[in-house]
Design a protein around this ligand. Structure first.
Ligand code: SF4
Ligand code: SF4
Length: 135
């Protein structure tokens, strides 16, 4: 896939919304990879945190909206602590989740849980789940 960074891609409506919600400037990222190298959830992600930022810089927003990465981000802020440019990726991941929830509805259907899950999953996990995966 070929993609070209331009003023148009960098100011697409969705990238603007992500920057507005997160309060972060996507252009600050210069792809050093320090965030991805320290991310404790990177092993499970289909797109590294630094890759997600690059896709957004290139205007390839749909790829990021369709990725598992924002949902696996644990908001631990390790990336923020390691980023030489001071980017807080947890805020960007939160903004992406918010846009997906607004546009597509809940990410998970709690009605799909089995009676056994309902009996065994701690209430705190349910609350965390509601906050993160439902609108
Ligand atoms: S905040 Fe998210 S992206 Fe950043 S290191 Fe933690 S899990 Fe990874
Ligand atoms: S650590 Fe910061 S500058 Fe480096 S790739 Fe990650 S977001 Fe970009």
């Amino acid at each position: 896939m070929r993609a070209r960074m331009s003023a148009e891609t960098l100011t697409s409506e969705l990238t603007r919304r992500i920057e507005e919600i997160s309060g972060e400037n996507l252009l600050k990222c210069y792809q050093c990879g320090m965030c991805a190298a320290g991310c404790p959830a990177a092993f499970a992600m289909d797109m590294l945190p630094s890759q997600a930022i690059r896709f957004l810089q290139l205007g390839l927003v749909e790829e990021v909206l369709n990725s598992d990465t924002p949902w696996l981000c644990a908001a631990c802020q390790t990336c923020y602590a390691r980023c030489p440019k001071g980017l807080d990726l947890s805020r960007i991941m939160e903004a992406i989740r918010e846009i997906v929830l607004q546009e597509r509805g809940d990410y998970i259907d709690l009605g799909d849980l089995s009676p056994r899950d309902l009996a065994e999953i701690p209430q705190q996990a349910f609350i965390a789940c509601f906050r993160k995966y439902t609108a």
